[in-house]
Ligand binder design. Structure first.
Ligand code: ATP
Ligand code: MG
Length: 497
């Protein structure tokens, strides 16, 4: 197969330099696949018969930090940003006894062997660049595609098919099963029938794969435009059980008269909405997980079944799911927070400004935009969206109105040091209690946020014991109105959750 292809200058240079030194060198794998699809390759990999030491000698500005034959060569790309091109000595893999890494890496003498170890036919491609093209720095010449497994045909037919016996290939490295789903989502391809059957058979081997590798492939799936399809594929192929088993608890779990979908279907549709809107990774994850707590909190059957506290149970489950997958702490914390806070209720006319301030204080003003996105995904994913945009607009209007109002201790016109000075008390929990009590009052009425008033009020509060101050706080917490009790009252009445 010959075709018109555009290859970056630095790749032509690397291949040319190796050629001049008497070695074979070919762009290989995903970059050749992407060229044929006419998609900009994310990274370029070069395979060569030069050994790592030889590559390093030819390119002094290179790094060799692993034992897998890959040397990183520093280049300047066309945009003159520093880029590392991976040049890897031809390899065949030795035996696999654990489904995750080869027992030893064996260098191979020829390209054919190197292509045979690659996962899918569409990735087992190499590009042969003739020397005269390199000399002329002509990046628009015809190049020869080396394609021993008919990957070109599979690209045309949009098929992902294992190289050789899929059962054996998944036995060697079980991550390939997830790569198949990821590529299907990224490229909008289908998985070939036999390959798919063997994924079903071998799905349990994912148990042996490190959580970090699973996390990375799963994250890539979630960030494609076809993530909804990807999550359904993971479930249909039996892989989801080894990634997020908690999500499967929602399969076949009917909700109540306010939903037409099962919990699983609703979660997946919510993800689909977030993807269609191109929301961030965190919002996509929160959409997928927002109702993960429902199966464990379901009470009763039929149209009047309820799911009390599912957002709290779901938040706990979310934390565990994401920690198990080794996501970084900031992602775990943030997605957990979104799941915990997703169930807010707002009705025009029933919520006071103080209620909106309390809501902002609880969820954090910086998180409100994402929270509303998750709420939207939830609403659209229910399949029977109730009129919300008007309410939503009104809530946004209210948030804007109170955005500058004090809602955190930092925003009070008085701080802990001031308190210690004017009340002549030592550092201790009492200061925090007094500040919290002052904040409660200021959230209720921002006019009270003046130094004069707060000093006077602090003096009065200081006469209370720590116990009495604590009771004050408890009473404030229990005096939940608006958003909080609004949720409970309204949900009991209308949503039956
Ligand atoms: P991406 O678009 O994410 O770069 P890719 O297919 O290029 O996708 P890479 O992880 O960059 O994926 O791998 C480059 C190439 O190495 C692949 O195209 C494939 O030929 C080979 N490869 C990668 N991972 C495996 C694996 N687990 N088993 C076999 N071959 C693999
Ligand atoms: Mg790649």
């Amino acid at each position: 197969m010959d075709t018109n292809l555009k290859i970056p200058k630095e790749i032509l240079e690397i291949v040319g330099t190796l050629g001049k030194a008497g070695f074979e060198a070919y762009p290989v794998g995903g970059c050749v696949r992407d060229l044929l699809i006419k998609k900009e390759p994310k990274d370029w990999d070069v395979a060569t018969n030069a050994r790592p030491e030889e590559i390093q000698k030819i390119f002094p500005d290179s790094v060799y930090e692993n034992n897998f034959g890959t040397v990183g060569i520093k280049t300047r790309s066309d945009e003159s940003s520093l880029k590392i091109v991976e040049v890897t000595t031809f390899r065949i893999e030795g035996g696999y006894s654990d489904s995750r890494h080869p027992d030893l890496v064996k260098f191979a003498d020829n390209l054919q062997d190197d292509l045979s170890r690659r996962d899918f036919t569409i990735n087992a491609l190499a590009l042969e660049i003739q020397n005269e093209n390199i000399r002329n720095k002509n990046s628009n010449q015809k190049f020869k595609i080396i394609d021993p497994y008919e990957g070109g045909t599979d690209i045309k037919n949009k098929i992902i098919k294992a190289v050789g016996d899929p059962n054996k290939r998944f036995g060697e490295d079980a991550l390939r099963m997830l790569r198949a789903v990821r590529l299907a989502c990224q490229l909008e391809f289908d998985i070939e029938k036999k390959t798919e059957e063997e994924i079903r058979e071998n799905a349990h081997l994912l148990k042996k794969i490190s959580k970090e590798r699973i996390r990375d492939e799963f994250s890539k799936i979630i960030m494609t435009d076809y993530a909804e399809r990807g999550v359904r594929m993971l479930q249909n192929l039996g892989l989801m059980k080894f990634i997020i088993p908690e999500l499967i608890e929602g399969v076949g779990v009917a909700q109540n008269k306010h939903h037409i979908y099962t919990v699983w279907e609703h979660n997946v549709l919510a993800l689909g909405y977030s993807v269609a809107k191109r929301y961030s990774f965190e919002v996509r994850l929160a959409s997928l997980l927002h109702d993960v707590g429902k199966p464990r909190t379901k009470q009763g059957e039929g149209p009047d079944s309820t799911f009390y506290q599912h957002e709290y149970v779901g938040a706990k489950m979310t934390r565990k799911i994401l920690e198990d997958l080794k996501f970084p702490k900031h992602i775990v914390d943030y997605v957990t927070h979104l799941v915990k806070s997703h169930l807010f209720y707002y009705n025009v006319g029933e919520v006071t400004e103080a209620g909106v301030r309390r809501f902002l204080a609880r969820v954090g003003p910086e998180n409100v935009d994402d929270l509303i996105k998750v709420r939207e995904a939830d609403r659209i994913g229910s399949g029977v969206p109730k009129a919300f945009p008007y309410k939503l607009r009104h809530l946004l209007f209210m948030i804007d109105k109170v955005r500058r109002d004090p809602i955190s201790p930092k925003m009070l016109k008085i701080n802990g040091n001031d308190l210690m000075k004017i009340l002549s008390i030592d550092p201790g929990p009492k200061i925090g209690h007094i500040l919290n009590a002052l904040l409660e009052e200021v959230i209720e009425d921002p006019e009270k946020n003046s130094k004069k008033y707060l000093e006077k009020r602090a003096g009065e509060l200081n006469r209370l014991s720590v116990k009495e101050l604590e009771n004050l706080r408890k009473r404030a917490e229990n005096a939940k109105e608006e958003f909080e009790t609004g949720i409970e009252k309204e949900m009991k009445r209308r949503h039956h959750v």
